[in-house]
Design a protein around this ligand. Structure first.
Ligand code: LLP
Length: 422
């Protein structure tokens, strides 16, 4: 459920007309609903009610500080994967003891900075990283809380580019090596083992792979405890999918996920940590764009938008489906046309949808890409020297720009022409 609905023939974000925002900020732009964000966070919180838990929002999905602050105010922690994300979390007022540092490779500067400022835990992905964290922490007279990310070799049954839990993927330490690595970690200076971590992939539409991985995690917890390690926290990663296509069966809800977690891991008396990104912000954001024109090709009609692959790369990168709806509600009956929906970038890959049946549209009509809140704005670029598009946040009848569109001067004058170049 989200808070983007038609009202009096116009698409609204909560109580604000999307056309009104477009008139004020210009297209294209992203707009997020506070109410949807809050609702999705609370769904997870309720799903884990009664279990000691921490929801560490994976900010890689959408890292605008207004989003982080909204979630932080609800008690969210953050999952970060770079020094930049760590700084964003702190800058949005998230206490460092609620910030988890994940990621396959961390630089010495990132580890040092996080140790200086405080961290809930490092999710360690390799032996060499464990050694680096140990030596940095010891040299600073600090103790680094760590969990080791294990790779459970489970097929997440998702797009191959976002599956992370198979042995062939670059993530984590093979579960078969876990006992050795934990034993090593427990003897290292500057290291305190607090738990185990895993994350098997993103946009999972079935609970089975989670269950399989969590069962392995439960078994490993027992084994490591028998080995004398204090495993008090289990980080289950993120990955629960969202419904992108109306007519496809919907992925399981947080409530069902919570029930499964309780069943498989509830008896271990561990704090449960989860790192959802997409499910919290995905349906809380839309991308709004204008029609530049319609071009009739050979047997096809191209609907050319002012948004492009640099603004929303998911269709080009993962063949992802996004529902595209007109901002002005189609009257019924309304003529429908089949469009190839494209952006202005000079690549055939700059195609949002092929052979999509949509209400007939014409120049300057507004359209909205639904479910664009996760991995939308954060993955955008300035390819073709197209400015990063604004982000707007709505709360009931208020809206604010939360990231402004840069001027062309700001973009172009970042380049430095060497003084030896005439
Ligand atoms: N934790 C870790 C360690 C992760 O790597 C990720 C996502 C998450 C949590 C959050 O997963 P989520 O709940 O959002 O599924 N750009 C791709 C998705 C990449 C996901 C990367 N890792 C897309 O647009 O589909």
């Amino acid at each position: 459920m989200d808070h983007f609905n038609y009202r009096d023939g116009q698409l609204y974000a909560e109580d604000v007309s999307v056309a009104e925002i477009a008139a004020s900020v210009g297209t294209p732009f992203y707009v997020y609903s506070t109410a949807t964000l809050v609702r999705h966070f609370q769904l997870f919180d309720d799903a884990l009610d009664g279990m000691d838990h921490c929801i560490c929002y994976a900010m890689k999905a959408a890292s605008n500080q207004a989003i982080l602050k909204t979630l932080g105010n609800l008690g969210a922690g953050m999952d970060v994967v770079s020094g930049g994300e760590y700084r964003r979390a702190l800058s949005a007022g998230i206490p460092p003891e609620k910030v988890v540092f994940s990621g396959v490779g961390k630089t010495l500067e990132e580890i040092t900075f996080a140790l200086q400022n405080g961290i809930r835990q490092f999710n360690v992905e390799s032996d060499s990283e464990l050694e680096q964290i140990s030596s940095i922490a010891a040299s600073m007279n600090k103790i680094a809380p760590i969990a080791i990310r294990i790779n459970p070799d489970v097929d997440a049954q998702t797009h191959e580019k976002i599956a992370t839990g198979k042995a062939e993927n670059k993530f984590g330490i093979p579960i078969s090596r876990a006992r050795d690595v934990y034993s090593k970690a427990s003897q290292m200076p500057g290291i305190s083992v607090v738990g185990i971590d895993l994350h098997i992939g993103s946009q999972l539409t079935d609970l089975e792979p989670f269950k399989e991985a969590y069962q392995k995690l439960a078994d490993l917890t027992q084994v490591l405890r028998q080995d004398g390690h204090k495993i008090k926290r289990l980080d289950l990663g993120g990955g629960l999918g969202i419904p992108y296509e109306k007519n496809k069966s919907a992925p399981p809800l947080p409530e069902e996920y919570g029930k499964m977690v309780r069943k498989v891991l509830g008896h271990l008396d561990c704090e449960i940590e989860i790192e959802p990104g997409r499910l919290i912000v995905g349906n809380a954001g839309i991308l709004v764009s204008s029609v530049l024109g319609v071009k009739n090709g050979d047997n096809r009609n191209f609907l050319i938008l002012d948004a492009a692959m640099n603004d929303l790369i998911r269709p080009a990168m993962y063949d992802a489906y996004h529902d595209i709806i007109p901002v002005k509600q189609p009257s019924s009956p309304q003529a429908e046309t089949v469009y190839d929906v494209v952006g202005p970038v000079c690549e055939t890959g700059d195609t949002f949808a092929k052979k999509r049946k949509m209400p007939e549209l014409s120049e300057s009509d507004l359209v909205a890409f639904r479910s664009a809140g996760a991995y939308g704005a954060v993955m955008s670029s300035e390819y073709n020297t197209r400015p990063l598009i604004p982000e707007v946040m709505v709360n009931k009848n208020k809206f604010s720009i939360i990231r402004k569109r840069p001027s062309y001067e700001e973009i172009i004058y970042r380049d430095i022409i060497p003084d030896w170049l005439e």
